[in-house]
Each structure stands twice: as C-alpha cells, then as structure tokens.
Design a protein. Structure first.
Length: 301
C-alpha cells in the first residue's frame, strides 16, 4: 500500500507496471494515479471504471487505501482509479477546485481598466492543461494499461472533490459540446457534499455563478447573457447525481477554517445539506425555465 506521506518530487519516475491488485501508474503529464485491477476471474473489462477524486488535503493515497480496506473494489470487480492532483501540476484552489481552467485565480483577478466584458475573468488556459482534461487522459491511460474495454467511466468526488466534479460537468461539458475538447466519456458524475457550489444562474460571477464565463467554452466568442444561458442549459442537462447527508448541518465540521463564509456562499444556505439542496433546486428551476431535460438526481442519506 502506498505511503501516506506524499510529495510531488517522489513521483517523477517511470510508471510502475500494472498487475492484478493494487498498483499505480504515471500519466504522460506526470500525474500519478493509484489503481486497482481486479483478478481476471472477477474483472469485467467492459464495465465502466470508477474514478474517485480526493478532497482538500489532496491525499489520494489515503483515499485509495481507505477504499481498498472496505473490500468493495475486489467484491465488485471494478477497476478503481484515484488520481493525485498535485500542487506542482495543479497549484492552489484555482488549479484543483476550479479545474485549472484559468491562467489566474478568478477570485483574485482584477480586470484591467481598459478591458471589456470578456476580461471580467482571467484568460483561459489551453484546454490540454486543465485538471478536468486530465481526468479523460487518466481514463485513456488506465484502459491502455489494464486491458479495459470500457467506453465510459463514472466520476465520484466528495467535499473538495465534489467541487471539482460539478465544475467538471459545467466547464468540460460545455467545452466538449462546443468542440473545444473531444467528446466526453463520463457516464455519470457523482457529487457528494460539496461545501459550496457554482450555481447554474447568472446572479453572481464565477465561481459562485455563471456570470463572466466566456463563449470560448462553447467554441464561440464573446460573453454575456446569451452565453450564460447556453452554459446553464448544458450544465443542467449533464448526467449528475448529488449525494447529501441530512445530518451534515454543522458548518464547523470537519474543520471550521475551511468553511466558505462569504455572502455569495451564505446565500446558498447555512450548512452543506442546505447548500446542496439549493444547488439542486436551482438546477431544476433553470431546466424548467429553459425547457430542457433535467439531468441531475438527488439522493439524501
């Protein structure tokens, strides 16, 4: 089992050969991925792999070890992938929570005085550098190394990982629809107990809402209400399952210093359970207003 003391400098070497059981490999961009390949008698090579995203601590090895300790990956015969989004490759919150989509942190960005509407947010990074795009490369690499014949995967994120997942649905989904990136292979996103959300409305600037997001995400130009409406329509149609805990009503847990206490976030609710419900209901309302099929579902545990 991998060590729980991880530093980016430790994984710069060649990828480990994959055998049955737990292991790891390194993608072409240097991202390490912890992997479990079931034994041949239990491995359904056509079944979608499960990609699990770590939280704020970026402790992918701990997530992998915890999942393996349950025995469920072996019992289910599922190909399990837990990628490590290092600070080195995807720095700070902008690099992970916001998918490394922007060249600068959108929360700390000051638009130039002579800039137009398109400068409300920082310029985009090339899509190939996005953390969201790295998920697709992780899937391709895993299939090549394990013999998986799967055509799709399931993406699961909890807490900070859930922030990644729902913004993956927003940004990567739009980019795929607009031809900025290839068609996505994700079968369903599962978003569990995020601390706060990018709402599918234009009331607030990204990352709290869709305001300021550029048309280049959809393969076009410009920005404004029509672009934001198109982004909202794509977002609420994306296949996404939300998992919320009805006892998750204490904002001081797991640690009070990580609770997002801003006016925009507090509009979503006083705790994670309320914020998740607000996000889901907002998506449902937007889908009704735009006359599109609502792709999300909600499960309370």
């Amino acid at each position: 089992m991998p060590s729980h003391d991880m530093e980016p400098s430790l994984y710069a070497g060649p990828a480990s050969p994959l055998q049955d059981g737990p292991g790891d490999f390194t993608c072409a961009n240097g991202m390490r991925v912890f992997c479990y390949r079931p034994p041949p008698e239990r491995f359904d090579a056509t079944f979608p792999p499960l990609i699990v995203l770590h939280g704020l601590k970026r402790n992918a090895d701990h997530y992998f070890a915890s999942l393996m300790s349950t025995g469920e990956p072996e019992r289910l015969g599922v190909l399990l992938l837990v990628p490590y989004f290092s600070e080195e490759l995807f720095p700070k919150k902008s690099g992970y929570h916001f998918g490394h989509v922007f060249t600068r942190d959108p929360e700390r960005w000051t638009p130039p005085k002579d800039g137009g509407p398109e400068s409300v947010l920082p310029p985009l990074n090339p899509a190939e550098k996005w953390a969201f795009t790295a998920v697709e490369h992780c899937f391709d690499e895993a299939c090549a190394r394990t013999g998986s014949l799967a055509k799709s995967y399931i993406l699961f994120g909890h807490s900070a990982g859930a922030q990644f997942v729902h913004r993956f649905a927003l940004c990567q989904g739009a980019a795929a629809a607009g031809g900025l990136v290839p068609a996505l292979r994700v079968q369903r996103c599962i978003c569990a107990n995020a601390g706060w959300y990018t709402m599918p409305t234009s009331k607030h600037k990204f990352p709290y809402g869709l305001q300021g997001l550029p048309g280049t995400l959809l393969g076009g130009m410009g920005c404004g209400s029509e672009v934001e409406k198109a982004l909202a329509a794509r977002f609420v149609q994306f296949p996404m399952t939300m998992l919320l805990g009805d006892a998750d009503v204490d904002p001081s847990k797991p640690r009070p210093e990580v609770w997002r206490d801003t006016p925009e976030a507090n509009e979503q609710g006083p705790h994670r359970f309320a914020r998740g419900n607000s996000f889901f209901q907002a998506g449902k309302t937007v889908a009704q207003e735009l006359g599109v099929k609502f792709g999300w579902d909600l499960h309370v545990v």
